[in-house]
Design a binder for this molecule. Sequence first.
Ligand code: ATP
Ligand code: FE
Length: 325
Amino acid sequence: MILSIESSCDDSSIAITEIATKKLIYHKKISQELEHSKYGGVVPELASRLHAQALPAILAECEPWFSQLKAIAVTNEPGLGVTLIEGVTMAKALSIALNIPILPINHLKGHIYSLFIEKEAVLPITVLLVSGGHTQLIEVKSYTEMETVATTMDDSYGESFDKVAKMMSLGYPGGPLIEKLSLSGDSSRFAFTVPLWQSPLIAFSYSGLKNQVRLAVEANDESAYPDIAAAFQKTATDHLIQKLKKYFKSRPPVRFAIVGGASANLYLRERVKDVLHPYKAELLLSELKYCSDNAAMIGRAAVESFRNNFVVDYKKIAINPRCKL
Ligand code: ATP
Ligand code: FE
């Protein structure tokens, strides 16, 4: 078994995964959303302190399996430096106490392997990763061969939802709040320009759209917020869809997936289904509970790391807050 730890942002989570069967033996997550909500975003110092409380409390429940553990997996990149260090320090202590090695796991690989929790991986696959820190199109050939073919030039898709929610004082995280508010709005009332509409680039950008939304929020009262939210969600998603269509012209999709916290957005899921339809491509999605950060996905990725023998000594593991895939 592998015990996995996730603390790259505002979720404290630990899982235990059986290596041979990939079965999830234990999984718990304590989210800090409520604590950060009043600030309209994650406060790193507060997140770090909350991890220091939550992680040991969860770990205490895992003691019955300690004797069966072969390795400790931990997210060491990318993420917030002050929160990554909480998980990594716990992993080091466990590694010393139980005399087992560490598997450093890339958080983005974790999001990709959230598709395969308790399952065999089906590869190759083209993946759209939409999260709080990333918006990327990735060609995944295997666990070790992943190519990022498009990325954002500024903000991420999920982050833009957070920022728009903050403008409307809705709370944090903004994604689910904006998605819900959009249901009662009319997306045609505000005509926002789709980012990079005329550009031949296959890349993403959300800062311009964010500013258009800011002007609309400032010029209108609260009664217009549902319409603004709906128009924003539509435009942000139109942007992803337009670039996917462009990309598919040169690389028709066979198997496609959306992962990351924002992949829970049902409007986005429907729009992507429509784009894939003419290609008869298969769409893979993570269960809703595994879209946002969790240790189950880290444990599932760790099974692949373990098979590749990517274990390290506790003295060799370092955090890498800004690392890519
Ligand atoms: P990263 O994985 O890039 O390091 P992160 O771990 O902070 O960043 P995730 O936990 O994967 O990000 O995703 C959180 C993001 O997903 C937040 O920005 C949140 O607003 C967004 N999100 C969650 N649910 C939805 C939704 N229904 N619609 C849109 N965005 C959503
Ligand atoms: Fe994440």
